[in-house]
Design a protein around this ligand. Structure first.
Ligand code: IPE
Ligand code: IPE
Ligand code: MG
Length: 252
């Protein structure tokens, strides 16, 4: 069978029922490399290609927001060699891709605790966010040194500080005011959360925001996650009946 480039939304997906926000836990780079008898960093490099194409795919198919988990607050526990490699890779890829992202209308954002990141990477994050701030074709949000628990703690501390200073009353802490203090701010919650490599856990990702996300576990290792895999995830999403705790609203 001829390989389809899948540049257009596959005709059996309903363009009116696409998720407004897709979040992805990109997992399995190391196992992908191991399977090929290569070092883990080889898998990380290949994983970058998969994410590059997924951003374009979201743009081509009409998914307006993509959030990806690039590095967790727990990933510092890996050997220094791997952590250093990843930090270097993030910087290198950002530098390589920034011009294309500016031209293609990608609005780049980052979320997480940036303080422990190498200064050169922090500076480049700021530069790339500024350079793409006015782009509107797709919002590409990268979770970098991100931890869901840390995010919730930081939001709690920010609100507690406002109460302490008399700027906020305790009763004014609502789901809305709380959510605004999270890194995701005013972004809508992810409708669809995908994890690759067959693992069905959140690993501290978007703990608050994923309360009602549809979860989809793909069996493939992240570097092999292509448009056909994304199509499967969207098919799954469109087949779900999202009830949000209520009763089935579809006709019986
Ligand atoms: C995901 O792949 C990438 C990061 C966490 C940075 P892994 O590196 O976790 O790959 P596996 O899970 O060990 O195969
Ligand atoms: C989650 O993957 C973090 C990222 C994808 C950045 P991990 O590989 O770190 O998660 P665990 O250790 O399998 O839970
Ligand atoms: Mg992993």
């Amino acid at each position: 069978m001829a390989v389809q480039p899948m540049t257009l939304l596959p005709p059996d997906l309903d363009p009116r029922r696409l998720p407004a926000h897709v979040a992805v836990i990109m997992d399995g780079n190391g196992r992908w490399a191991k399977e090929r008898g290569k070092p883990r960093f080889f898998g990380h490099r290949q994983g970058v290609e998969a994410i590059n194409d997924l951003v374009r795919c979201c743009k081509d198919w009409g998914v307006p927001i993509l959030t990806v988990f690039a590095f967790s607050t727990e990933n510092w526990g890996r050997p220094a060699e791997e952590v250093n490699f990843l930090m270097g890779l993030f910087h290198e890829v950002l530098q390589r891709e920034l011009r294309a992202m500016v031209e293609e209308g990608v609005c780049l954002r980052f979320m997480g605790d940036f303080a422990p990141l190498p200064k050169a990477l922090r500076d480049f994050i700021e530069e790339s966010v500024q350079a793409t701030a006015h782009n509107r074709a797709i919002l590409f949000n990268v979770a970098m040194n991100y931890g869901g628990r840390r995010e919730i703690l930081q939001a709690t501390q920010a609100l507690a500080r406002q109460v302490e200073q008399g700027a906020l009353r305790v009763e004014q802490i609502t789901e809305e005011t709380f959510a605004h203090e999270l890194y995701t701010g005013l972004l809508p919650d992810p409708d669809l959360l995908i994890r690759s490599s067959g693992e069905s856990r959140l690993s501290n990702f978007l703990l608050w925001q994923s309360a009602y996300s549809e979860l989809y576990v793909s069996q493939v290792f992240w570097p092999d996650f292509d448009r056909a895999c994304f199509y499967q995830a969207l098919k799954h999403y469109q087949s779900r009946n999202r009830r949000f705790g209520k009763l089935d609203s579809s006709p019986t």
